[in-house]
Design a protein around this ligand. Structure first.
Ligand SMILES: C[S@@+](CC[C@H](N)C(=O)[O-])C[C@H]1O[C@@H](n2cnc3c(N)ncnc32)[C@H](O)[C@@H]1O
Length: 392
């Protein structure tokens, strides 16, 4: 269960803003204007990352808007690891997290909230690295004011440094390494495919910081070019297959990403999680959406655990698939795009007159759901077809 940040978080973030003499969440007009400026600087890409995200106005907008918007992305990105039982706080030591390009720490907090939400208890030790000393100092201020979530306590070390430095360290390994909305920030001046190659190297070096049964989680904005870049990095990481590099999610297969065939396609999440009520007017004032949680992601593991296998065993005439579009409802039928464990993009349709108890859940599928369809046909959901949702 992923939830927006509540009022206790609002007052914490307002306190940090006040310390800096920045607008608080109640100063809707100023904050909305700063959020709008930050958002258009990101989207037009005209300014270098440092210039667009490091002014006082931009940092204030990141603190009060980007941070609460992004914490749930960190939680959402690890939900399948949690439901597969592959992300647990050990009983005898803290869970160790490395958060690179950590900014204000939204990804780490998302993971802590997800662990607490899953009923786990114990200690998390987080190491946060960002090349911007002001951002990482803000992250440290947030940790000073909050010691955890639910029964999960966190201690954090916040350091200013580059992701390359963090990846190059050889003496530390982590249960989870996370790079949130960092990859598409890097090497923007380099042309593809050079940039893809560089990011594959970076990802492989980050994977070396992961313990044997740990995971590397990469979260990116859901924007089409950034997500398609992530698809290209994904393909280059697993073609040819490399020992010690297992694709865990979102894909249920390790074939070429079918989204790359058509330039208009991209695989992203859009979960029904809204901004907290206290930010709705800010989003409105900035011309941004407050409904839905959008992001794209990639989870790699060093062991061989795969999402498909941890959900349901393969069935001889069945197929495990991920929903990669909204439901398309037209007169007399509904359809949806699915990415199959065989690596193909399919669009089965169910005629309204073929509705039955066994296929009823087809009509309520949403983007990101994982399903089994049995017996499987690429084109039709028949009356006797079984459609079972197996999402977390
Ligand atoms: C869009 S923010 C994302 C922050 C956070 N991970 C999140 O998801 O909310 C990107 C962050 O990456 C940092 N960054 C950019 N290039 C970096 C590099 N080479 N090494 C370390 N951090 C970097 C920026 O300073 C910025 O704080």
């Amino acid at each position: 269960m992923i939830s927006p940040l509540d009022e206790t978080w609002r007052s914490l973030l307002d306190d940090v803003a006040r310390e800096r003499k920045w607008p608080t969440s109640s100063d809707v007009k100023r904050l909305a204007s700063n959020v709008r400026a930050l958002s258009s600087a990101y989207n037009d890409g005209a300014q270098a990352p440092a210039a667009r995200a490091r002014s006082a106005d931009a940092l204030g907008a990141r603190l009060l808007f980007s941070f609460p918007r992004d914490v749930p992305k960190g939680a959402a990105a690890v939900r399948e690891l949690l439901s597969a039982g592959l992300l647990r706080i050990p009983a005898d030591r803290p869970l160790r997290i490395l958060d690179v390009g950590a900014g204000l720490g939204a990804m780490t907090w998302g993971i802590v909230r997800a662990l607490a939400g899953a009923g786990q208890s114990g200690a998390v030790e987080a190491f946060l690295v960002d090349e911007d000393p002001t951002a990482i100092e803000l992250a440290a201020r947030i940790f000073k004011r909050r010691a955890g979530e639910g029964n999960v306590r966190i201690t954090a070390r916040c350091t200013s440094g580059t992701v390359d430095d963090a990846a190059a360290r050889t003496d530390a390994t982590f249960d989870l390494v996370i790079a949130g909305q960092l990859l598409s920030e890097l090497h923007r001046d380099r042309p593809d495919p050079e940039r893809v190659t560089r990011h594959v190297e970076l990802v492989l070096s980050l994977l070396k910081r992961v313990r044997e049964h740990g995971a590397l989680v990469i979260v990116e904005p859901a924007l089409r070019p950034r997500t398609r870049h992530l698809h290209a990095v994904r393909d280059a990481l697993i073609t040819p297959p490399r020992p010690g590099v297992t694709l865990f999610a979102p894909c249920l297969h390790a074939s070429a990403c079918p989204m790359l065939t058509n330039p208009g396609d991209w695989c992203h999440e859009d979960l029904p999680v809204n901004l907290p009520a206290w930010l709705v007017d800010v989003a409105r004032g900035a011309g941004l959406r407050w409904e839905g949680l959008t992001y794209s992601y990639l989870i790699l593991r060093r062991d061989e655990a795969q999402l498909a296998g941890s959900l349901v065993p393969a069935q001889p005439d069945g197929m495990r698939l991920r929903v990669v579009s909204d439901l398309i409802v037209t007169k007399g039928k509904c359809e949806v795009f699915l990415c199959s464990e065989a690596g193909s993009l399919v669009r089965p349709a169910r005629l309204d007159r073929a509705h039955s108890e066994t296929n009823a859940s087809f009509r309520s599928l949403v983007r990101g759901d994982l399903v089994t369809i049995q017996p499987f046909s690429e084109r039709r959901i028949e009356r006797e077809t079984s459609v079972k949702r197996c999402s977390s």
